[in-house]
Design a protein around this ligand. Sequence first.
Ligand code: CP
Length: 358
Amino acid sequence: MNTEEQRSLALQPNASNSKGQLLDPQRLLDVTDGKIDREALEALAGQSILNPRQFDRRTVVALAQLAALLETRNVEMEKPLDGKIAITAFFEASTRTRLSFESALLRLDGKVLSVPDGQVTGIAKGESLADIGEMFNTYGDIVIMRHPDTNSIEEIQKNLQRPLINAGNGSGHHPTQALIDWYALLKWRPELCRPDCPPERRIHLGIIGTPGSMRAVKSFLRLSLMFAGAVSKITLVSEMADPVGLDLTEPIEQSPIPIEVTNDVQKVLKELDVVYVNSIAFLGDSYRNLDGRYKLELASDLKPGAVVMHPLARNDELSEDLDDTDHNLYFAQAAGAVFVRQALLVSVLQRLNRISDL
Ligand code: CP
């Protein structure tokens, strides 16, 4: 199938990315003959999703396969989230996370109470997040929150009794982004979901950034540690001597995956099968962008067949001249977000029974 045929296929029934790799979700379903681990999904019922450490490989694969099912089938007529109300409370800017959650909900017939900017709430008048959590108990069935403070999760949970999905908390975590990242990887190379992935298909994963202060990078690394049978090595490229941060030190020490840290991107780039890059590091109440020497572009010494991932938004670290190449997995990564978030919402809100053929 040529790229044009792939693209016209991808546009039905669900639109896909306009540039870069087009990923076929059916290949991910085929790897287990269409069987999806329903028990792993049912275990998410009523759960808050706060930190990727609460997942295991089995759950990540099950969510990815449900996402693939939702991407290949038009389930809107089944109205899976009919009668459910979600509150998307964003106290920090977002393009993808809020809108893909809201699209996921609306496409499944759920309803949305959207707070696109915390300054339109009582926060502007000094109201506490704990009090807002108390109000949310009667307004919705689930809360999806982004906040610049790492401790905002504990604060809202003082009173909130509904499931909470962490959509990014300061330099803490961004667990649903990590699920989206692995969904893209598993669609790109479906055999990575096998515990016994053939050695020649395992990936050397490069992560450019500082997990300790970059929540998307941290969550992606945490989830990647669960795929010991798929990841042959992880190379962290960072300008910091100790880029990992306290909460990942122990999981890294316990992981069988060899992990190397370097600040020389040129030395390692041509060895990497997957290059994950992010730009924004959170430093208390401010943030800063990645150092210019880590920029990826068409002229970079990428391995043939290597893919570049980025949670976006990008700045100068990722050149647009890579967009039209097969190195571009980042647009496909973003395009999968709606389906992963649908899979998660249907599981947490206990509506798996509304998806026929599951
Ligand atoms: N990937 C991501 O979190 O993007 P937004 O900041 O636009 O939500």
